[in-house]
Design a protein around this ligand. Structure first.
Ligand code: UN1
Length: 514
């Protein structure tokens, strides 16, 4: 391959071979006998490498090893588990440039965003290290004399992680770093659209576990399509499935896991909006909307898809956005002069084109017309123009998440109307209001305001920090990952009552004398 950006060197430094097994319990990589999944870069259409898919048999071996590893890992004090995660964070610091480049090349986001994604991994490791000394339970006052009551949090077991192509490494790390300090072991199925990034992470962490003399099976990798995912979602030996992806996928995963009364943590589609009021600082509003809508080529679950704009500033916002869009440079994501890279693949380009056709058929008007780019530099066929359409919130296409840089402009008169439009979609991930008016800001954040899991003031919808709980309501699935007390999803709670008296009084004052 033509390697002007030094990808081969980066792969080599991380230890990723162009032809890799995809099934691993850590240092051990298994030959499954299955076919290889090719990974093409959307940046230039070239084949980066191939990853062998997991077979039913090697899946069994992974789960058996993970169960065994759990028996050891859960007995290691949490702060010592944190120590291992600290070193994982340090290893990531060392490979940040190489891993960031691989993510950028395999997935198509800009190199800056690739680095940002690895930074999120480092940050969550730091967070998890601190957390390893803070897995607090409450103490309660027993109603009985001579009794003590408290709760403690125990590890769950195997955590199955299904991640999406758009954050091919960070979302795994939000789950894995937290799960590990909690005493769980992880089985990760990375997106089949970015399997090499998964291989790279497994190579990076397995060395650290081995160095600490930890058993094989604390970090496991399986590769394949939905069928491989299904083995995990149906498997009662996997008490928690954390899945990130489309709402369609989440409904299937949620149902399958619920049928066996397992737990699922779902982080699904968003249809995120920014309300721009007449009191907004428009410089900030334009900047926030621009990055929110075109960053990662519109392929974040937190991407800004709708702008709900007060009528007095509508025309100004529209024309300033159009002028900002005209300055966007689209091209190879590894070239730092470019702002916008490609979509993940040609199917995604088709979805983008279908959405544009649809919004126009429903009466939408182009402010910045979309289209597919052709010619030198765009050979992969995955580069599209970020587009803007004036639309109405009830349009069928506006109600859907299209994973592409398409922004819809919607006009409003009053704030209650704006909030109703804002909440009038099936998804509920991220949201923002741009205003310098404290009444408007607080109304948006109130119980009667945004119905999303994330609600911001004067910043865009994307780019959440790892310290907060990440996730959303309604069709976004309800799960929370990453910061705050999200760790509780990865543990089981146990209430303990201890009688240190010499009698056995019953609760609720019940007498049972014989
Ligand atoms: C995702 O798109 O699945 O808030 C995650 C953000 C990033 C994470 C996005 N920190 O945009």
């Amino acid at each position: 391959m033509n390697d002007s950006f030094g990808i081969l060197q980066s792969l080599k430094r991380i230890g990723v071979d162009p032809q890799n097994p995809g099934t691993s319990t850590g240092s051990v990589w298994m030959d499954s006998g299955e076919s290889h999944l090719p990974s093409y870069s959307p940046a230039d259409g070239q084949l980066i490498g191939k990853v062998q898919q997991t077979s039913a048999e090697t899946y069994e071996q992974v789960i058996t090893q993970a169960q065994m590893a759990f028996e050891t890992w859960r007995t290691i004090p949490a702060p010592q588990r944190g120590e291992v995660v600290r070193e994982i964070g340090n290893a990531l610091r060392e490979v940040k440039a190489d891993l960031g480049k691989l993510v950028s090349y395999e997935m198509g986001k800009s190199y800056q965003e690739g680095l940002g994604e690895v930074q999120e991994m480092i940050d969550i490791c730091d967070f998890a290290v601190g957390l390893s000394r803070q897995l607090y339970g409450l103490t309660m006052h027993s109603e009985r004399p001579g009794h003590r009551m408290y709760e403690q949090w125990h590890p769950l077991g195997i955590v199955g992680i299904i991640s999406a192509f758009n954050f091919p490494v960070a979302v795994w790390s939000w789950n894995a770093a937290i799960a590990w300090v909690c005493g769980d072991v992880c089985v990760w199925k990375p997106s089949e659209k970015a399997p090499l990034s998964g291989i790279a992470c497994q190579k990076i962490v397995s060395g650290i576990f081995a160095k600490h003399g930890m058993p094989e099976g604390i970090s496991n990798l399986i590769v394949g399509d939905y069928k491989v995912g299904e083995w995990m979602t149906q498997d009662t030996r996997v008490p928690l499935i954390s899945a990130t992806g489309s709402t369609r996928m989440g409904k299937i995963v949620g149902k399958t896991v619920a049928e066996r009364l397992g737990r699922s943590l779902l982080e699904l589609g968003g249809n995120n909006a920014i309300i721009i009021t007449e009191n907004a600082d428009l410089d900030m509003a334009i900047r926030g909307a621009l990055f929110g809508a075109v960053g990662t080529a519109g392929q974040r679950c937190t991407t800004t898809r709708r702008l709900i704009i007060q009528e007095n500033v509508y025309e100004e916002v529209k024309s300033r956005l159009a002028s900002a869009y005209s300055k966007l440079v689209i091209g190879n994501p590894l070239d730092e002069k470019n702002h916008v890279g490609p979509l993940i693949d040609q199917d995604s380009v088709k979805n983008y084109l279908r959405a544009i056709e649809k919004v126009k058929a429903e009466g939408g008007k182009a402010v910045v017309e979309g289209g597919v780019l052709e010619g030198p530099g765009f050979e992969s066929g995955c580069y599209v123009k970020p587009a803007i359409y004036e639309a109405e919130n009830h349009f069928e296409i506006v109600q859907h998440e299209t994973f592409a840089p398409i922004l819809y402009l919607i006009k409003y008169k009053t704030l209650p109307e704006a909030i109703a439009l804002h909440n009038g979609v099936p998804q509920g991930l991220s949201s923002a209001i741009m205003t310098t008016n404290i009444r408007e800001a607080e109304a948006f954040l109130s119980a009667a305001g945004s119905d999303c899991g994330i609600a911001n003031v004067n910043i865009g919808t994307s780019g959440a920090e790892i310290g907060g709980a990440f996730g959303g309501e309604k069709e976004t699935g309800g799960g929370r990952e990453s910061g705050s007390d999200s760790w509780k999803a990865y543990m089981r709670r146990q209430t303990n009552t201890i009688n240190y008296s010499t009698s056995l009084p019953l609760a609720q004052g019940i007498k049972f004398d014989i």
